[in-house]
Design a protein around this ligand. Structure first.
Ligand SMILES: [Zn+2]
Length: 388
């Protein structure tokens, strides 16, 4: 910084030394350019190569240097801690209580990202800001992990076509009065009312927002088996940076996968007893869960919780709930329950929490709840809503 402003000054006085007032004018004309270059240089220093060596926390003498990992959202940080064990130091970028779809990194977060050796993104469009940061992370040699990469992803259009999601907010959504009878993935008859004539149009629209946009469903961690694939992937990535830890990482990933498998078995056993498959949620976070366990989500707010439902959407949801005799409306811990309560009042249903587990609330954190506790709480509430 000091050197740059020195150069700036030097350039100006050099021009003045030329003697003529023309030279001075020239120098003055160039001043905005200098200022601009200085400004961009500062930005470059900040976003590109901002970290001074002394900013790295130096390990105490004799202590093993831990691999510095930054994970964007809570479930990825949780998986990274379990796979990495004592060999890694995991920083969770999104604070507890942050709603992942709305969040943007601050300059402080940029510093955290640039101090990491490994940065784990969810990918699949959950972090639209990632595209602005990735080039400078890669330029610094930081290993960037796109956790959703290589998983069997769905777009929201596919979820609708497959009968995993009903988005009553999309114009032309059939709602409960639609004439079409369909088969769902499990081969059982899906209730009428899907609107799969819409999917072509949806997919075109999504291609426009594609490549990191909301075309793909990012909520992969809600399927325990996809989460297990992420665990293996993290072990590989950690090993690439810290080969001496290969066996530890493999062990950590296996232990996590065993827990995830148990969770999966619990879900699979419980859904076999469900009497109904349709659950009404705020936003369409449960598509992968629905695919894995043969369920279907009705997403009042559509694809992202920032969207507010309009009156027409609400009345379609209310019709749907009445027709299906829906007894419980789910709400999310990180989003206001207002809409869920409104619908519940309208149709005489009760509300229950169903968390997308993208982040812990401060209360959940204080109570020591983790991914597994919340997934089991979700299952208990799904059983209550769909099992009776
Ligand atoms: Zn979400």
């Amino acid at each position: 910084m000091a050197i740059k402003s020195g150069q700036h000054k030097g350039g100006k006085t050099g021009a003045i030394k030329n003697g003529s007032s023309k030279g001075l004018m020239k120098a003055l004309a160039l001043l905005p350019l200098f200022v601009f270059l200085l400004f961009t240089a500062c930005l470059g220093i900040f976003f590109g190569g901002c970290t001074k060596p002394q900013q790295f926390s130096a390990p105490p003498a004799g202590a093993q240097r831990k691999v510095r990992v930054v994970a964007t959202i809570y479930p990825l940080a949780e998986f990274a801690r379990q796979v990495g064990g004592g060999r890694v130091e995991v920083t969770q970028l999104l604070p507890s209580g942050a709603e992942p779809h709305h969040w943007e990194p601050s300059p402080k977060d940029m510093v955290k990202l640039h101090q990491a050796q490994i940065v784990i993104f969810n990918g699949a469009g959950l972090e639209p800001w990632a595209g602005r940061v990735l080039p400078s992370l890669r330029a610094r040699g930081i290993r960037v992990v796109d956790a959703a990469q290589g998983l069997d992803l769905l777009t929201f259009a596919e979820e609708k076509r497959l009968g995993l999601t009903i988005d009553p907010g999309s114009p032309g959504a059939g709602g409960p009065k639609g004439p079409e009878e369909r088969k769902d993935l499990a081969g059982t008859e899906a209730p009428e009312g899907e609107h799969h004539h819409r999917h072509q149009e949806d997919e075109t629209a999504q291609k426009k927002t594609g490549s990191g946009g909301f075309g793909a469903d990012p909520h992969v961690w809600l399927d325990p088996l996809l989460a297990g694939e992420i665990a293996s992937r993290l072990a590989e990535e950690f090993t690439a940076v810290d080969p001496a830890g290969a066996a530890d990482y493999e062990k950590g990933a296996r232990a996590l996968q065993n827990q995830l498998d148990r969770l999966h078995q619990e879900y699979a056993a419980a859904v076999r007893k469900f009497r109904s498959r349709d659950f009404v949620v705020s936003h369409a976070a449960f598509g992968y869960l629905a695919r894995r366990y043969g369920l279907r989500q009705v997403a009042v707010l559509g694809l992202s919780p920032e969207q507010e439902p309009d009156a027409a959407t609400l009345s379609r949801v209310v019709d749907f709930c009445r027709e299906r005799e829906i007894k419980y409306i789910f709400f999310e811990s990180l989003v206001s329950p207002r809409v869920a309560e409104m619908i519940a009042r309208e149709v005489g249903a009760q509300t229950l929490p169903l968390t997308p587990v993208g982040g812990l609330t401060p209360e959940e954190k204080a109570r020591g709840l983790d991914y597994f506790a919340l997934m089991r709480q979700n299952l208990a509430n799904l059983e209550r809503a769909l099992g009776e």
